[in-house]
Design a protein around this ligand. Structure first.
Ligand SMILES: [Zn+2]
Length: 87
């Protein structure tokens, strides 16, 4: 698989909230495409802090890297658990 060039932005848009951490703290961000919104080469996207966009989980059988956005993922006895939920 070809590695994509990552386009980052130096500032988080003040009128948006990161879908992962729920804040609009100013930091570097990336745009993530919203599934099902692609129209030709245009799609809707939401900003996500660069640090929030890093995958924390790997589902080996599906080749899927992902991050739970309901809360922070930690481990207890090497089993993943969700610490908290954003409302
Ligand atoms: Zn964030």
């Amino acid at each position: 698989m070809k590695r994509n060039a990552l386009r980052t932005f130096d500032h988080f848009p003040g009128d948006k909230k990161c879908v992962v951490c729920g804040t609009n703290e100013d930091d570097k961000c990336v745009l993530v495409m919203i599934d099902g919104t692609a129209d030709g080469s245009i799609a809707k996207a939401e900003p996500v802090h660069l640090g929030c966009a890093v995958a924390t989980n790997y589902k080996i059988e599906m080749g899927l890297l992902y991050r739970l956005i309901q809360g922070d993922v930690g481990t207890v006895d090497n089993q993943p658990y969700v610490e908290s939920f954003h409302s």
